[in-house]
Design a protein around this ligand. Structure first.
Ligand code: SAM
Length: 620
């Protein structure tokens, strides 16, 4: 079967089957033609198909050549009119002959289509089409400093590549087919290479010396800026491990402090195996303790294992809207089949522009952690985003309670403010953030590459942070959260803006350890802005979980003797450990938390049937 027939089969196949165009091609073992060739033809023809549809219809090609299908006509017209080498079939091939005999007519319709678009040259039209579908993305390669250096890689993996000064040059259409690289100006040890080059076969990739990681995905570890004096570093949501190994690389360059480790949590056991492989391949296994199948939310921040955790990186599951469409193919426009349309299209001689149907509201695609895509209606998306945001906030608030932590990086590959600025604002306004002095790391205090990165948080999404003080002259809403500072402190990456990155978001929280008013869990009771427990007129505190009052017994704020009784609840949703009236975990003389009767150390009750047998938290 020819390249054209195979490609036609791919572009007309249901897009819901088998994921993205790339995965449909590369995952199809029955294809005879080289996948890269099929992908290039499918992608480029799709890009041009709106123009080529006019050309084919107005030239009446399908009426004259009944054996050519509408899809094939676009693919063949593309190569005839736009590919350097023309149609990739032997000169005597029937399909090639049947199109080439109409070359003059097709060419003149192509010229008309170009002039209708007010483009004086074909290059000008190409620029318009390229701009319409956004620039290509470079291949981002992070040199793993645990195993290699940039200089070493320039002499080996990138030998024969031409170095150019900007990422824009690496991506420029004019450089198609060239082997170009550029050293990134923001993230250390990061290289942008020409799109489409496959590095997975290189020795450096196989040995873990280079890691394929989008530039924006390198922001969190770089922004967190872990140092030897930070003690242990938690990566709360680790698999497949790009950021875990990046953290290790940064610390390796700075010199690990004795005993300093990266504690990597991954709730999904299957993904934890991938994490272990990646950490091993990157050579960071000796400094990384993986917690396979472990839910970060179930960790006890006060446990001895976390005593020296100074910084945490949180990259929780999100809607993945920043990566959706990265590989998306432009819509493939097909000319009307013979008999289906009699009028020439788009201003062809004597024609009217065909009335277009109002496009239905575009559904949104979300991507899960495994890359599976789901199409959602606007309403379903809203519900999904709200659920994700509440989970993301829970992870963030949990991280803010680690006793020695002074830095927390929060990131998503989502473009939705609901998962980004809104989560950051909610965290900054939380009692735990206020009590412990957490604030956003302001732009001017960020590492150079992040400080200089021009795309910042969405100010309008932060504006709700303060409608102005009473005197109207203050952007803080009396809660100490300044919208402008927060927006400037946040970093965004936009996949459409020509910088060659995926859609991404990162913010870093900091606090001064000595400014802390109180260390530990902020307990089960509602607190005011000052962190004081809110009580009714009778002095009884109100429970956060229910908004109802606790039946107080003597000495609620006393020495841990109080018993908490809740209305309408089983009273067992505050974790597996005994807590005092302030909600602090009660510990034995050895510092270990005391389990509630009938609970296992993993937070499940003994009679709960869970197969979480790999979870080894709290064991150190
Ligand atoms: C966006 S991915 C992380 C990508 C990773 N940081 C990287 O750079 O390679 C989110 C991961 O968090 C894991 N996860 C979700 N909830 C979790 C939880 N409560 N505790 C630990 N891991 C969790 C998911 O299974 C998923 O593997």
């Amino acid at each position: 079967m020819s390249l054209y027939h195979e490609t036609a089969g791919i572009v007309t196949g249901p897009s819901t089957h088998g994921g993205s165009l790339k995965s449909r091609i590369y995952g199809n073992k029955d294809l005879k033609s080289p996948p890269a060739q099929i992908y290039a033809l499918a992608f480029e023809s799709s890009k041009w198909s709106a123009v080529l549809k006019e050309v084919v219809e107005n030239s009446q090609l399908l009426q004259k050549e009944r054996k050519i299908t509408p899809t094939l006509s676009i693919l063949l017209a593309h190569d005839l009119l736009l590919a350097k080498k023309g149609i990739a079939l032997p000169a005597s091939h029937g399909l090639r002959l049947s199109v080439e005999k109409h070359k003059a007519r097709l060419q003149s319709e192509f010229t008309r289509a170009r002039i209708r678009r007010k483009c004086p040259t074909v290059d000008a039209l190409k620029a318009v089409i390229d701009a319409q579908f956004g620039p290509a993305h470079p291949r981002w390669i992070r040199v793993n400093s645990l195993k290699s250096t940039v200089d070493e890689q320039l002499d080996t993996t990138f030998k024969g590549f031409e170095m150019v000064p900007t990422v824009a040059e690496v991506m420029a259409p004019a450089s198609t087919g060239k082997k170009l690289i550029c050293l990134d100006g923001n993230v250390p040890n990061l290289i942008a290479a020409s799109p489409g080059i496959d590095f997975t076969k290189t020795e450096a990739y196989k040995s873990g010396a280079i890691i394929l990681q989008d530039k924006a995905s390198c922001f969190p570890a770089y922004m967190l800026d872990p140092r030897p004096e930070d003690g242990d570093i938690v990566d709360a949501c680790s698999a497949p491990g790009n950021k875990t190994t990046h953290l290790a690389g940064i610390l390796h360059e700075r010199g690990f402090a004795g005993g300093q480790r990266i504690l990597a949590f991954e709730k999904d056991k299957h993904r934890a195996k991938t994490l272990a492989k990646m950490v091993g391949a990157a050579g960071s296994d000796k400094v990384t303790k993986i917690h396979p199948g472990a839910d970060f939310l179930k960790t006890d921040p006060d446990a001895p294992e976390f005593r020296s955790v100074g910084a945490l990186l949180l990259d929780p599951s999100c809607s993945g809207s920043g990566i959706v469409g990265r590989d998306d193919t432009p819509e493939f426009h097909v000319p009307a089949a013979v008999g289906a349309a009699s009028k020439p299209t788009a201003g062809g001689a004597g024609s009217k522009v065909l009335k277009r149907k109002r496009a239905p509201e575009a559904p949104t695609v979300v991507v899960d952690d495994d890359g599976a895509e789901t199409v959602l209606s606007e309403k379903a998306l809203e519900t999904r985003l709200a659920a994700l945001a509440s989970f993301q906030l829970a992870i963030l608030l949990h991280a803010l309670t680690f006793p020695r932590a002074t830095r927390v990086a929060y990131s998503t590959c989502s473009t939705h403010a609901t998962e980004n600025e809104h989560v950051v604002l909610a965290a900054l306004r939380s009692p735990v953030a206020r009590r412990r002095g957490w604030r956003i790391l302001p732009r001017e205090r960020q590492v150079r590459g992040m400080r200089e990165w021009p795309v910042r948080g969405d100010f309008s999404a932060c504006e709700g942070a303060g409608e102005g003080g009473e005197d109207g002259g203050d952007r803080e809403g009396g809660d100490g959260v300044d919208a402008a500072v927060v927006a400037e402190g946040c970093v965004r990456a936009d996949r459409e803006d020509g910088r060659g990155v995926m859609g991404f978001f990162v913010a870093c929280f900091v606090r001064d350890e000595d400014k802390e008013e109180e260390v530990g869990d902020d307990g089960p009771f509602v607190r005011d802005a000052e962190g004081r427990i809110v009580r009714g007129p009778d002095g009884i505190p109100t429970l956060k979980s229910t908004g109802r009052k606790v039946v107080d017994l003597e000495g609620l704020e006393g020495e841990g003797e109080a018993v908490e009784v809740r209305f309408g609840e089983d009273g067992d949703d505050d974790g597996p450990f005994e807590r005092d009236a302030e909600g602090r975990i009660v510990r034995g003389p050895d510092g270990m938390p005391r389990l509630k009767a009938g609970r296992r150390p993993d937070g499940e009750s003994e009679d709960e049937e869970e197969e979480d047998d790999e979870w080894g938290g709290f064991d150190e």
